[in-house]
Write a protein that binds this ligand. Structure first.
Ligand SMILES: [Zn+2]
Length: 85
């Protein structure tokens, strides 16, 4: 995906999504997705990351999508829940 390459440069991001999560994620506007991965609360930094989370993966929990990745600053685990309908 070209927008991922844009964000990560090398295209080495280990984004692993379950098929359901991928479908949900890709149904969202690209702008929204970019905003989400750029602004995830990091408990270690005690602030939103402000940089794209890295090595993220996604899975569905009920109707919600759970994104799990690493803070682009400190590498701590960060999660973000995107509510489904
Ligand atoms: Zn952090």
């Amino acid at each position: 995906m070209s927008w991922l390459r844009k964000l990560f440069g090398s295209g080495e991001a280990k984004d692993v999504f379950t098929p359901e999560a991928k479908e949900f994620w890709e149904s969202m506007p690209e702008k929204e997705r970019t905003q989400i991965i750029n602004c995830v609360w990091c408990v270690s930094c005690k602030k939103p990351t402000g940089v794209p989370m890295v090595n993220y993966s996604g899975e569905m929990e009920g109707k919600d999508l759970i994104l799990t990745g690493r803070c682009g600053h400190c590498g701590c685990k960060v999660t973000r829940l995107i509510e489904g309908e």
